[in-house]
Design a protein around this ligand. Sequence first.
Ligand SMILES: *Cc1c(COP(=O)(O)O)cnc(C)c1O
Length: 467
Amino acid sequence: MIDSIVKIGTPMRDVLEAIGHEPAGIAFFNSEDDVLAGILTDGDVRRLFLKGIQLDDKVTAAHLGDFVSAREGEDIENLLKKINKLIRIVPILNDEGQLVDYFRYEHKTKFIPVAEPSLKGNELKYVTDAVLSTWISSRGEYINRFEAEFAEYCGVEYGVAVSNGTVAIQLALKAKEIGPGDEVIVPDFTFAATINSVIHCGATPVIVDVLKETWCMDPAAVAKAITPNTKAIIPVHIYGQACDMEAIMELASANDLFVLEDAAEAHGARYNGKRVGGLGHAATFSFFGNKIITCGEGGMVTTNDAALNDRMRVLRDHGMSKEKRYWHDHVGFNFRMTNLQAAIGCAQLEKIEDIRKWRSELEEAYKKVFSGYDIKFQSTAANTERAIWLISALMPSAEKRDSLIQHFRNHNVDLRPFFYPLSDMPIYQEYASHSEVASEISMVGVSLPTVEGMDMEEFKSILDSWK
Ligand SMILES: *Cc1c(COP(=O)(O)O)cnc(C)c1O
């Protein structure tokens, strides 16, 4: 039973009332002979009001929107083909053209996530190809291709694909034989995977503060934290901003330390013209679903060090000898990536510059929408080119930040607070001293939905209703 069938010529006031009775927010207009002549959705109605229609005006055929219809008994597959981003409702007509029912499909839930992968390139094609080839496990041409092409993109010799960005860190540290008794310096402001990987190696993390301008590891704090036990530094290129690598590499060479960039959030970012991934002795990347490019889950270690590359390949694959099958020279892991993941990765890499471009444009669009608001967007350090990960900014206070996030959540838009400083969490406290800057940033930082094709007008209207 449809409650919103009206006749052409009905006054707008009564049409609104009819739409209010129908859960889909739509009115169906019958001609004099009860044949469906047109529809108006609540969006159409809004547009008519903007054009000046009055409540007492009668709705004529000229006011009605075009519609796509289906025949009674049409199968679901056909119905779904008629649905797209603009058409969400398909009237179903009998042989006389009379409305008998309608099909409604919400393409997506109204919920806007903080990030969404762009999968509109060759992803499906390559995955299908991998499936048809039967090479769906951790050998296959897409793995070799993804490793070679990603290494080339970063300007390094080697790429070792692994199952995620967390084990990438662990693999590199293990291959450098970093373990009990060794200290590894990590920034306080990062995702917990950075420090967890150090702990899983049996080494001792040493947490240092970050810089106010870049949110990245403070080289002066690193210098102070170095002891005779220090073996490695993990600078994290946080939210796509490259760390001050010159200062960090100088400290490393003066103290004979291994530098592992955590570039999980920074694919394509540059420092002094050089891409991240080739700035330290090795670097790790994540291809999790919310990262700049994705494999669903996945990771990579990049390096120019041939010996390190060899060791990581052995450790990734159970520590098994490359010459003698089932002979194990090391206590290894299974950290392998599958050919299916790599197939998606290859397709993503083909479009990485397009992806980075829409992300940059979206950041600019957010800056416009927020002009007039008290908010400070992430800046770009001198001599660097930022990769835009989650578009992020600082609010004037924790209360303002929390209220903004809550307001958008109430409108089904997922804004995110920043990471907590590691040093705030009891499980990491033994590795920390107080980090003033990390705490400050963390309390007021917010990440905005970094989703291709965001409806910025809608975002602005939600923002403007925030008090
Ligand atoms: C996402 C992320 C990781 C971990 O990557 P996964 O692929 O999710 O394991 C590590 N470090 C940082 C800074 C990250 O943002």
